[in-house]
Design a protein around this ligand. Structure first.
Ligand SMILES: *Cc1c(COP(=O)(O)O)cnc(C)c1O
Length: 674
């Protein structure tokens, strides 16, 4: 095989009669022989079952214990996990739509948030009991992960039994934390870059009964803290953030190490310790903090980090610091693809393993040095906030690769069409890989001939149709098979349907676009039906990056998602799951698509209750962000209408209609009405 089919102008003259063609003929005879030897009976298909959808979308892997599929083929949500109570997500969306809450719609389940906090605390409690750890665990939630007021308020409320606190990474977040946290005994960890104002506010908050701990991230902050403390006459509780040499992996791997953006190097920590001693504030230095990056997928990285941090902790205590707290930062991963591996979209450990490793290592190191164990703090954001929100969006339309049954060549048509036809006819189970490449080459040849003026537009159309028909045949064959050769992966992409979704990836799932993050995506209904289409998702923006073409899979990533053919007059809803962390606040206004509608749902003994409705941005609001005054805009259109009326380009009725629609649209949602 491997006939070179690129046609140059010189070769062209002989193309119809030379050896090139003979070779092509030989090729086809060769194929005919192969064809005779194959007789393949595909297995009779059995009806699609709900279990097939479960396996296909891996919902047990990433969704347990919150998401599953019911007998009606709808996704169900059990917001309290295994502790009972569930609701049908599809029906919920229908009833929210009847309340005039259009899609896209973000649904937050407060009970999931509560369950996540309880789980994290329970895991640490169990580890503490198991290893006879004599200290306690006091977690904090990093506000940067999701700053929405209703969520933070819930978090503080649900965290009360475990004295769960908050972590601020900036001045505005400090303002939120100070105003929201009212749990006696809960900690307020003050991270991020700090100026005098930040430090003063944090220190004075002690007088309100808060427990702020000022964590030094920059060497400049050492003297600033000492100075403010002396001015105010307040002894703060201070921590240092260490740049560990243990390096995380993956996207946030560079959050640590000597060249990391945050934290103090070991010489800087020693310098800070000396400065505090000189200022008579050594007993203020009580906490060691590290954060080696988000979504740590491998447990051995966590083990290494905690080992190094425990050693630093012990040494600081031995040097005279009044050590009482160890803050292990964030990084606790979320299993987005449900594979339980160290793939970046997964993690090869569970929450209990995480807590056990931290507690055990710390206990051992402290015991070896006859030190009391510290109060343990963690700053898990992703692991707490991801599961609670689900983004529901609808599909506007879809486009498929045309699947017209090709017709046999007619006399007088180019030979290349004959070859494509023969390839199409004889392509089967045994030769598809080889014939697929042949078809591609013949198609290339057809295009070359077209460009050189010896193939008509009609002939080219026929050649392309035959080529697509070959591709479709190959795809149908590969879909019956467990293993798809890598070289045919591209074919999946080429032949994928495009589903146009009523969503902006930039607004609602920015990490998909910015850092190739994977979120589980699946239809929330029709799961008792086989999804016969393979598609990618294209969003509303005019940006070619505004698409989703990477989906979770057991191994690696798949380039198309199994979807159902659209039914006319019936909406098709997709859900994006586990996106409650980071996405909302990092979303942007690309193409001026604003915030989506959001609702908070809580289970009640009788069903559920809509606790809060946060309406998405209107066009008025979005245009205001970019300094337009919509009243001026309406006025400008009105004046133009008047002028057009005067010049008799528009009728009065038309101008009224235009003005009314224009004005009405401005007060509406930025997404398409469905
Ligand atoms: C972002 C961040 C966190 C949260 O990390 P997750 O991986 O989401 O748990 C915690 N601590 C600090 C210092 C952070 O910057």
């Amino acid at each position: 095989m491997g006939v070179e089919l690129t046609v140059t102008a010189n070769e062209l003259v002989n193309l119809s009669s030379n050896g090139h063609q003979a070779e092509l003929n030989q090729q086809n005879q060769h194929k005919d022989k192969k064809k005779q030897s194959s007789s393949h009976n595909p297995p009779t298909p059995r009806p699609w079952r709900i279990e097939d959808s479960e396996a296909l979308y891996r919902i047990e892997g990433w969704g347990q214990p919150y998401f599953s599929i019911n007998a009606a083929g709808h996704v169900t949500v059990s917001p309290k996990g295994d502790r009972g109570g569930s609701l049908d997500l599809f029906e919920l969306v229908q009833s929210l739509k009847q309340r005039n809450l259009g899609l896209p719609l973000l649904i937050r389940f407060s009970d999931i948030l509560e369950d996540r906090i309880e789980r994290l605390n329970a895991c640490f409690a169990q580890a503490i009991a198991r290893y006879n750890y004599s200290g306690v665990y006091h977690g904090v939630f990093p506000v940067k992960c999701n700053q929405q007021r209703h969520l933070i308020e819930d978090l503080v409320k649900f965290g009360k039994p475990n004295q769960f606190g908050l972590e601020a990474g900036s001045k505005p977040e400090l303002m939120i934390a100070l105003a929201s946290l009212d749990t006696p005994g809960a900690l307020l960890i003050c991270n991020g870059y700090k100026d005098q104002e930040y430090i003063e506010t944090a220190m004075l908050a002690q007088k309100l009964g808060q427990n702020p701990i000022i964590v030094l991230e920059q060497i400049e902050e050492v003297d600033l803290v000492i100075q403010v403390s002396q001015q105010l006459g307040i002894k703060p509780i201070v921590g240092v953030r260490a740049k560990l040499s243990t390096q995380g992996m993956g996207r946030w791997g560079s959050s640590t190490g000597d060249r990391a953006k945050f934290g103090l190097t070991i010489p800087e920590i020693i310098h800070a310790l000396d400065r505090f001693r000189d200022a008579n504030l050594l007993d203020s230095l009580q906490l060691l903090h590290f954060h080696i990056g988000s979504q740590i997928s491998a447990i051995n990285v966590i083990k290494d980090a905690i080992q190094e941090a425990s050693r630093i902790y012990v040494e600081l205590a031995l040097l005279g610091a009044n050590m009482k707290y160890l803050d292990v930062g964030g990084g606790l991963g979320v299993d987005y693809d449900g594979s339980q591996t160290n793939f970046y979209a997964s993690k090869n450990y569970n929450m209990q393993n995480y807590a056990n490793d931290i507690v055990a290592e710390l206990k051992d190191t402290c015991e070896e040095n006859n030190l009391t164990v510290p109060t343990l703090i963690s700053e898990s954001g992703r692991a707490i906030a991801s599961h609670q929100s689900v983004l529901i969006f609808d599909v506007l339309s879809s486009s498929e690769v045309p699947s017209i049954l090709p017709e046999p060549p007619q006399s007088g048509e180019s030979q290349v069409i004959n070859y494509l036809w023969e390839t199409y006819q004889s392509l089967n189970q045994d030769n598809y890989q080889e014939f697929y490449h042949d078809a591609a080459q013949f198609k290339e040849e057809a295009i070359s001939r077209f460009n050189l003026g010896i193939l008509s537009l009609r002939e080219r159309a026929k050649a392309e149709q035959l080529y697509w028909a070959c591709c479709q045949k190959v795809l149908d064959i590969t879909r019956q098979q467990e293993y798809v050769p890598d070289e045919l992966e591209d074919l999946q992409k080429i032949m994928a349907s495009i589903y146009y979704i009523n969503l902006s990836v930039f607004q609602s799932a920015p990490d998909c676009w910015a850092i190739d993050q994977l979120f589980p995506i699946m239809p929330i209904h029709r799961l008792d039906e086989e999804p016969t289409r393979r598609g990618i998702l294209a969003d509303l923006t005019c940006d070619s990056d505004g698409k989703i073409d990477r989906f979770i899979d057991l191994r690696d990533v798949k380039s198309v998602l199994e979807l159902h053919p659209l039914k006319s007059g019936e909406s098709y809803y997709l859900g994006m799951f586990l996106n409650g962390a980071y996405q909302e606040i990092m979303g942007n206004l690309h193409n001026l698509f604003g915030d989506t509608n959001a609702v908070h749902i809580q289970l009640t003994p009788k069903g559920y209750q809509i606790k809060h409705v946060v309406k998405g941005d209107t066009m008025n609001e979005v245009l205001g962000y970019v300094q337009y005054d919509t009243e001026d805009m309406v006025e400008s259109i009105r004046q133009r209408c008047e002028q057009a009326l005067e010049e008799k380009h528009i009728s009065l009725a038309e101008s009224q209609r235009l003005l009314q629609t224009y004005e009405k649209s401005l007060s509406k949602y930025t997404y398409l009405a469905s």
